[in-house]
Design a binder for this molecule. Sequence first.
Ligand code: GDP
Length: 297
Amino acid sequence: MFDSLSEKLQNVFMRLRGKGRVTEADVNEAVREVRLALLEADVSLPVVRDFIGRIREKALGVEVLESLQPWQQVIDIVYKEMVALLGQQQAPLNVASTPPTIVMLCGLQGTGKTTLAAKLGTFLKKQGHRPLLVACDIYRPAAIKQLQVLGEQAELPVYALPEDQRKGPPTIARMAVEYARQHANDFVILDTAGRLAIDDELMDELGQMRAFVQPHEVILVVDAMVGQDAVNFAEQFHKRLALTGFVMTKLDGDTRGGAALSIRAVTGVPIKFIGTGEKLDAFEPFYPDRMAQRILG
Ligand code: GDP
C-alpha cells in the first residue's frame, strides 16, 4: 500500500536528516521533493498546492525546540498535515436513534460494492448487530446472485425479490426497511446498481432511493486503483447524492494512493472504512493517523 510514495518521502527525509541545522534552502528543497512525490502519486494538484503551502509556512516559522532534532520537526509538521489532510480523526458510522440504521452503498461497477456490503455486514455482525443485506441491483441478475453467495458465506440474511415480482430499486429498498423492522434487523445495507460510467438515469434512481428511505449513511465505494478519476467521480456523486462517507477499496493493490489522499480534501466527506483484499475480513475502519504513519514510515 502506497509503497512508492512512502519510499520516496522516506528518502527525502533520510537524505536531509544528516544535515544538522535546517536552513531555509533545506526546507525549500524538502518541500519541493515532497511536492513531486505527491504529484507522482496522483494526488490532485490543488490539494498538493494547499498541503505544500501549509508545510512551508509552518516549517519556516518554527522555533527550534530543544528536545527535537530540527529535521524531526519538519517531519512532524508533514505528518500532522497529512493526518489533517486525511480527515484528522476516525469518522464512525452514523447510527439511527431508532433502528434500523440504513446504509446505502453506491459506486461505479466493479469498485467492490457488493463485496463491501458483505464485509460491512460481517464487521457489524461481529459487534453483535443483526444486519440485513439488500439486493437493489435489478439490472444484473449476477449481482443479486453474488450478494446471495456472499451472504451465505458470511451467514447474513439477504433480502431480494424473486424475478417475477421485481420492483424499482427505490421500492425494493423501502420494502427491505419494512422487512428489517419486522425481523429485528438493526442495520440495512443497500447494495445498489453500478454502471461503468456516471449517467443521469442511475443518478436519478439513486436520488429517488435516497429520498424514499432517507438513509443514515450514503457511502460511495471508491476503487483506489482508479487514481485521479476517482476524485472526479466522488465530486459528481457528492453533488447529486450528498454523500456521508467513502470507503476506499483495493488498497492492497499497487495503488499510487492519490485518490485516498485527495478525496477528503476535495469533497470534505470523510473516508470511513478501507477494503484491503477480497476476503470478507479484509476491511477496517479508516484511521487518518495510522495511514499517515504508514505513508511516512
Ligand atoms: P461491484 O461491481 O462494485 O459490486 O464490485 P464487486 O464487489 O463485484 O467487486 C469486484 C471485484 O473486486 C471482485 O473480484 C472482488 O473480489 C474484488 N474486490 C473487492 N474489494 C476488494 C479489495 O479491497 N481488494 C481487492 N484486491 N479486491 C477487491
